[in-house]
Design a protein around this ligand. Structure first.
Ligand SMILES: Nc1nc2c(ncn2[C@@H]2O[C@H](COP(=O)(O)OP(=O)(O)OP(=O)(O)O)[C@@H](O)[C@H]2O)c(=O)[nH]1
Ligand SMILES: [Mg+2]
Length: 683
């Protein structure tokens, strides 16, 4: 098969809130175009897209999936994107390499928070946006209510191009007001050719056609003149004006249907071909200068059969099988061995992917998400996919002692597939911290680690990285002396410690006059102090924000040594620290919580009980974003609470802000707990 020319390709990411029917819609699109001859169902685990074991078990999408179809002589590449916020990194990858977003909305629930999020991403990337109101057959589905909501909350330029005939279980078909024709529900069969609009729908269809034309002519002066002059508009001219308007984000067509019955797919396929710009029209989503061939890797997958597979979008030129390209990150040569066309988990070998196409390649050595492959060195910066920061952290340990390295290796592999998964070692607590977008996200990762790499991993709440500091000045004397037969030990010093303004850092000031401690032993005092400071006496946390002045001391000609002064330094520190009003500091996070308006009261009350300080609230479209500062220690189990307070409709993100002093009553509890833990260790 020869490469497909860019003008004949349409790249579409299918996005939307969790469970709006994206995977079912992709299935229907593949069925309608004849790619598959049976309409699979998510609930039966038989769809092309949700092919992974984890996905079938949970009946939801977890990773993005690639599929393709032919319609009107065009190649359509679909990327089915999971809707759950746990896997929102996938949407970032997918939207980066397409010209269009097909936003699927649930006709019963209307606009939901996840839909708004991906819509904004698509806005920011300047993508064409087509909306599909799905599930018209469900009880309490209401196309017009969903449409009104979309217009009110997204843009008044969202216009209906398809209308339902009937509603809920009496739905019998849809009308296409762009082409002024109708489709009867195929009830899971193949959709037939368009038919005439039923008599009783004619008036409504006319009304909505006018609304559509009103929007379209506003984007095209010549059409506007004809329209105002009462001329009959040429259908082709309207279609191309609409296409241009969609491309430029001036009009957003709203389609509708029933994915599980394959209703509306014919019309939406037409709409994609006509409304989403081809790569030739739009130009590459990432501009690359100086290379003849360039491909952007937007996702790395671990495939059960083919090993590692990289999905890429051809930005320039064509990628041919068995060619060699350079990886711009590692500068290594990579042989593009077997090129694959993916249909869910099915692979077909191909010889070439042309400019603008989306394909896959197996068995590259060291290529991962975000990498750029070119035919020559171009010295350009890597294009970036901006991923959301993970919000949930857990400490992880292997179930079997000694498998620490195996665990880390497995998680690293998984993080290559999914950059919203992060593994780091907390230098303060020494724990391995795994962070992700949600508890489910992390649990899915652990299941995969177990299945693929045979490691059992346990999750624990992470320890809070407390710090300690002092509030006042203090002076102390440290003297270490030992006489055991031959040569003894002698170190003796006086130090003064004081808080550093701003509360961070450490300074050591040598104020010795007259050589009461020889120059060569003074750094040893510094060392002893710093060693002791690594574990403060309150909660064993590192101490910071202290200036230590070495002011006096004495030495012994024979017995003094560096070791003796190190010990004396740490003795002096301990005494001084106890007298300098030490306090415990805790990390404060900035928290953004988005919840349905009706949950604001309980969420705010809950934040209050978590020692949170509210900063503001921003209501938007039935949802309110609450901004607050909350101690990290109070947020370790926040996800579960938020889910129960909002019926799963709340979302949050947080990042580190600063350290604050822990209020006395809380500090005492932390100190007691650490003391208990220490006693256990020593018992
Ligand atoms: N009645 C009805 N059910 C539908 C329709 N579309 C999807 N469903 C059902 O809705 C549920 C979710 O469908 P999916 O296709 O998995 O939704 P999704 O948007 O891919 O879900 P995520 O990928 O997890 O975000 C499944 O039980 C589908 O059978 C529809 O048009 N009508
Ligand atoms: Mg899905």
């Amino acid at each position: 098969m020869a490469a497909i020319e860019p003008g004949k390709i349409r790249n579409v990411a299918v996005v939307g809130h969790r469970g709006t029917g994206k995977t079912s819609l992709v299935e229907a699109l593949l069925y309608q175009t004849g790619e598959i001859n049976r309409l699979g169902a998510v609930d039966a685990g038989t769809t092309v897209s949700d092919w992974d074991e984890d996905e079938q078990k949970r009946r939801m999408s977890i990773s993005l999936t690639l599929a393709h179809a032919n319609w009107q002589g065009r190649k359509l590449n679909f990327i089915d994107v999971p809707g759950d916020p746990s896997f929102q990194g996938e949407a970032r990858c997918a939207l980066r390499v397409v010209e269009g977003a097909l936003v699927v909305v649930n006709a019963v629930m209307g606009l939901e928070v996840g839909t708004a999020r991906v819509k904004h991403l698509a806005d920011d990337l300047g993508l064409a946006r087509v909306l599909f109101v799905n599930m018209l057959d469900r009880e309490r589905a209401d196309f017009y209510r969903a449409l009104a909501q979309i217009q009110e909350q997204f843009s008044s330029r969202c216009v209906a191009v398809h209308l339902p005939i009937g509603a809920e279980h009496e739905l019998t078909g849809i009308v296409d007001v762009l082409h002024m024709c109708a489709y009867t529900s195929p009830n899971g069969g193949k959709e037939g050719e368009p038919t005439a609009i039923p008599e009783e729908m004619m008036e409504l269809a006319q009304e909505y056609r006018e609304k559509l034309l009103d929007e379209v002519v506003q984007t095209d002066e010549a059409l506007m003149e004809q329209y105002l002059g009462g001329e009959e508009l040429d259908a082709h001219a309207v279609a191309s004006a609409l296409k241009l308007a969609i491309t430029k984000g001036e009009v957003f067509p709203v389609a509708c249907g029933v994915a599980t019955k394959n209703l509306g797919t014919h019309a939406v396929l037409d709409l994609i071909v006509e409304g989403v710009p081809s790569p030739a029209k739009k130009g590459a989503p990432i501009e690359i200068e100086g290379a003849e061939t360039a491909a952007f890797v937007f996702k790395t997958l671990a495939d059960p059969f083919a090993g590692r597979i990289n999905l890429f979008r051809v930005l320039r030129g064509g990628v041919t099988a068995d060619s060699t390209l350079l990886d711009a990150r590692g500068h290594a040569k990579e042989r593009m061995g077997t090129l694959l066309q993916l249909q869910g988990k099915e692979h077909a070998g191909v010889k070439e992917f042309g400019e603008g196409d989306i394909g896959a390649v197996a068995k590259l050595k060291d290529v991962r998400t975000g990498d750029l492959l070119t035919d020559r060195e171009i010295g350009a910066d890597l294009p970036e996919i901006v991923f959301p920061e993970p919000v949930m952290s857990f400490a992880i340990t292997p179930k079997t002692k000694g498998e620490e390295e195996k665990v880390a290796a497995a998680i690293r592999r998984l993080a290559e597939e999914d950059p919203t998964l992060q593994l780091r070692r907390d230098p303060q607590t020494g724990e391995e911290i795994l962070s992700g977008m949600s508890q489910m996200h992390v649990e899915v990762a652990l299941e995969r680690a177990k299945r693929r790499y045979s490691v059992d991993i346990e999750l624990h709440p992470p320890r809070v990285p407390y710090l300690e500091t002092i509030r006042s000045e203090a002076r102390a004397h440290g003297r270490y002396r030992k006489q055991t037969g031959g040569r003894g030990q002698f170190g003796d010093c006086h130090i003064v410690i004081e808080p550093i303004a701003g509360g961070v850092g450490y300074e050591f000031v040598d104020k010795i006059v007259g050589g009461v401690i020889p120059q060569s032993f003074r750094p040893a005092v510094d060392k002893g102090v710093q060693e002791a400071m690594a574990h403060g006496e309150l909660a064993g946390a590192p101490v910071q924000g202290v200036r230590v002045m070495l002011v006096d001391g004495s030495y012994h000609n024979v017995d003094s040594s560096e070791m003796a002064f190190t010990i004396a330094g740490s003795m002096a520190w301990k005494e001084a620290y106890a007298k300098a009003s030490p306090v415990l500091l805790e990390p404060i996070m900035e928290l953004d919580v988005t919840v349905p308006d009706e949950a604001v009261g309980s969420v705010n009350g809950d934040l209050n009980s978590r020692r949170g300080r509210l900063h503001g609230m921003e209501p938007a479209a039935g949802m309110t974003t609450i901004k607050a500062e909350v101690p990290m220690a109070e947020l370790l189990t926040y996800a579960q609470s938020l889910t129960s307070m909002t019926g799963g409709r709340g979302e949050y993100s947080m990042h580190f802000l600063r350290y604050d002093e822990v209020p006395a009553h809380v500090a005492q509890r932390v100190i007691d707990e650490t003391q208990k833990a220490r006693d256990l260790v020593h018992a």
